[in-house]
Design a protein around this ligand. Structure first.
Ligand code: EPS
Length: 381
C-alpha cells in the first residue's frame, strides 16, 4: 500500500491517492470529515482556520460506501484559494511580484529550499506548509476505519504545551476528559495553565510547541520484523512521525528515560495465561521489541517545536540586498499542538495499516478479517 499527496497551502486544492487498499472495506466520508474538523480546532490556531471548512471529496476507488480495490483518489478544497488566485496562478494574470518572500523565516524550509531548488521562497513555503497534513489526516482516516473494523483502537493525548506538563492517568475518566478537551489534555488544571501560557506567548509575539502521545490498542504480536533494518515497525513509525511538519523527536514507551535506568527497571517480564497467551507484566517497551509489536499497547511520544513563524520575528538576511533584516511575518498559528496530535494519530494509523497488510493476505477485506482472526486465535495458544 502506498500514498501520495499534492497541493500547495494557497493553491486550489489538496489531492491524495491511496493505492493497495483491500476491496470491500467500509469507508465513511463523515468519519473522514470529523477527523478533518478536529485537526482544524484547538486554541492557538490563526485566522486561516476561520476560512477553511475542510471536507473530503472522493473521486475514485469507493462505491456504495466500500473500497473497490482500485486507487482511491480524493481532494480537499482550499477555500482561501479565491483570495490567492492571482498570486498562485500560472497564467498571464499571475501576480508573481506581490507576496514575493525575500526575507526567509528561520526554522522554516524557506531559505534552504530556495537555494536547493533555485526558485523563489513562495514556491518552497507553499508546499512545506502544514496545510498538507489535512490530506494526510484524510488518508490516515480511511485506513484507520479499516483498523477499527479489525478492533484496533488508536487514541492520542497532549502531554505538555510550552513547558506545562499534564499529570497523566490511563483511567477511562481521564481519557474521556482528553476527548472533551480543546487541548486534548485530561487534566483541567494543566489545561488552564496552557491557556495562560498561550496568552503570554501571543502577547510576546511568540509561538509554542509541546509533546504528544499516541497509543494503539489491541494490536496482535508480530507486526513488523526483526530481519532487516527497513522492516522494523519502530523504525517505520519514527520515519513517518518525523515527516510531520515541526516534529523533532520520537520515542517509544520509557523513551529517553530508559538511558538512565538499570536493565531490570526497563525490560518487561514475560507472563503466560492459559487461553490468552503471552503478555508482559509492564509495558516500558511501549509495545515494540525487536522491531515487532509484542501484543502490548503501542505507546509512542513525539515532540513538536514551536511554530517558526513569529509575530516578533528573528533576524534573517534579505535575499537581494544581503542586509540583516527581520524575517517575514506570514499569517500563522501560535500553537498547533492539538492539531498536530490529530495528524500524529493518522500518520501512525497509516504505518500500522501498512504493517497489517504486509503480514496478512488482503486483496479483499473479508480475506484480511479471516486471516487476522485465525492468527489471533493462534496467539492465544
Ligand atoms: C502554515 C501557516 C498558516 C496555517 C497553515 C500552516 O496558514 P496561512 O499562512 O494560510 O495562515 O494556518 O495551516 C493550515 C492552513 C492548515 O490547514 O493546517 C504554515 O506555514 O505551515
Amino acid at each position: 500500500m502506498r500514498f501520495l499527496t499534492a497541493g500547495e497551502s494557497h493553491g486550489q486544492k489538496l489531492v491524495g491517492i491511496i493505492e493497495g487498499l483491500p476491496s470491500g472495506m467500509r469507508i465513511s466520508q463523515d468519519l473522514v470529515d470529523q477527523a478533518l474538523k478536529k485537526r482544524q480546532q484547538g486554541p492557538g490556531r490563526g485566522g486561516r482556520m476561520a476560512i477553511e471548512q475542510d471536507k473530503v471529496h472522493f473521486l475514485s476507488g469507493v462505491r456504495g460506501g466500500c473500497s473497490t480495490g482500485a486507487p482511491l483518489a480524493m481532494e480537499i478544497l482550499n477555500r482561501d484559494w479565491e483570495n490567492w488566485e492571482k498570486i498562485m496562478a500560472w497564467g498571464e494574470d499571475a501576480d508573481l511580484e506581490s507576496r514575493k518572500v525575500l526575507t526567509p523565516r528561520p526554522g522554516h524550509a524557506d531559505l534552504t529550499g530556495a537555494l536547493k531548488y533555485r526558485t523563489e521562497v513562495r514556491n518552497i513555503l507553499e508546499r512545506a506548509s502544514a496545510r498538507e497534513t489535512a490530506m494526510r489526516v484524510a488518508i490516515g482516516s480511511v485506513v484507520r476505519q479499516g483498523l477499527s473494523q479489525l478492533g484496533v483502537e488508536i487514541r492520542g493525548r497532549v502531554l505538555a504545551v510550552g513547558g506545562i506538563q499534564a499529570p497523566l492517568s490511563d483511567d477511562e475518566d481521564y481519557w474521556e476528559r482528553v476527548r472533551q478537551s480543546e487541548w486534548s489534555v485530561g487534566d483541567p488544571d494543566a489545561e488552564r495553565k496552557m491557556g495562560e501560557q498561550l496568552l503570554a506567548a501571543r502577547e510576546l509575539g511568540e509561538s509554542l510547541g509541546g509533546t504528544l502521545e499516541v497509543q494503539v490498542l489491541h494490536l496482535p504480536a508480530g507486526l513488523g520484523s526483526h530481519v532487516q533494518w527497513d522492516r522494523k515497525l519502530d523504525g517505520k513509525l519514527a520515519q513517518a512521525v518525523l515527516s510531520i511538519q515541526a516534529i523533532k523527536g520520537v520515542s517509544f514507551g520509557l523513551g529517553f528515560d530508559a538511558g538512565a535506568k538499570m536493565g531490570s527497571q526497563v525490560h518487561d517480564p514475560i507472563e503466560y495465561t492459559q487461553g490468552q497467551g503471552y503478555h508482559r507484566a509492564s509495558n516500558h517497551a511501549g509495545g515494540i521489541e525487536g522491531g515487532m509489536s509484542n501484543g502490548e499497547p503501542l505507546v509512542l511520544q513525539a515532540v513538536m517545536k514551536p511554530i517558526p513563524t513569529l509575530y516578533r520575528p528573528l533576524n534573517t538576511v534579505h535575499l537581494e540586498t544581503k542586509e540583516t533584516v527581520k524575517a517575514s511575518v506570514e499569517r500563522s498559528d501560535i500553537c498547533a499542538v492539538p492539531a498536530a496530535l490529530v495528524v500524529l494519530e493518522h500518520v501512525v494509523a497509516w504505518v500500522i495499516a501498512e504493517a497489517v497488510l504486509e503480514k496478512f493476505p488482503a486483496d479483499s477485506f473479508t480475506e484480511l478479517e479471516t486471516a487476522w482472526e485465525k492468527y489471533k486465535e493462534y496467539l492465544k495458544l
